[in-house]
Design a protein around this ligand. Sequence first.
Ligand code: UDP
Ligand code: MG
Length: 316
Amino acid sequence: MDISVIIPLYNEDESLTELTAWIEKVMEEHHFSYEIIMVDDGSKDRSWEIIRQLAAKNPCIRAIKFRRNYGKSAALHCGFHAAQGDAVITMDADMQDSPDEIPALYKMITEEDYDMVSGWKKKRYDPLSKTIPTKLFNATARKFSGIKLHDFNCGLKAYKQKVVKSIEVYGEMHRYIPILAKEAGFGRIGEKVVQHRARKYGVTKFGGWNRFINGVLDLLSVTFITRFAKKPMHLFGTLGTLLFLVGFLAIAWIAVNKYLCLVHGVKAPLITDTPYFFIALTGMILGTQLFLAGFVAELVSRSAVDRNVYQIEQEI
Ligand code: UDP
Ligand code: MG
């Protein structure tokens, strides 16, 4: 099969029929063999009913329904698991992404040999409250990951099948899939300017104030996971040593001070009277704690052998 189109959707009943018809039209014009995998992320509207009607008419449509709303990342993860096409294309359900981009994306994956291609909504039709934080995200993500993409979180993306089978998208990680792909060893990441349109039906599901904080936290976990998951001691050990050293120096200072006072017969202050005592105490305790955290993290990462610690590209 040439292409799997994965569509995560949450309360998008108004656009589904139009979107599906458009995808079908593009696929037929270009003679692709394809499947459309709709992942209904616990919609409360008529989405599932409509999907059932659509699937009854076209055998290329497959669908998965979640019992409740788990989020876009979970929906994508599930879709990736089910995908059978050589190229896997993800697309939002709200008609902001255009199915007309599919042939060009497919070509980049198959002929130009990209592992993944991310869409770039160069001209966006979203409110400012959305575009400004997005610019910030992208700049940070670019800096941390070293991947030169303008639009990490574009819903329209294309992958080689083996890429989607090798990454684990959870939490709100759908924003950083390129980073996960790179970490999994798929470094040929391309970008294609895509058309973007204003949402035709329904409302955005990512408008809340907390998207900014959550986004930053997720970026932190992605960075941490990609840099330190396999060697947590490098982070915790370094921090622990530094803090312990600070504590040790403070203790040494107290000791030297006390000794000098005794030698010179000056009445020595109580050690609890100097700030160095508290610095030493905090430094040594925190340092030890960090070391322990490092050891525990090492144990956890060692015992995680069966969970994608490494990936085999071929087997005979
Ligand atoms: N979506 C989803 N689960 C959620 C939230 C969103 O599957 O919990 C889907 C949504 O239906 C849409 C896509 O993810 O197909 C992108 O969402 P949206 O258009 O609201 O995001 P925006 O374009 O405003 O960033
Ligand atoms: Mg949208």
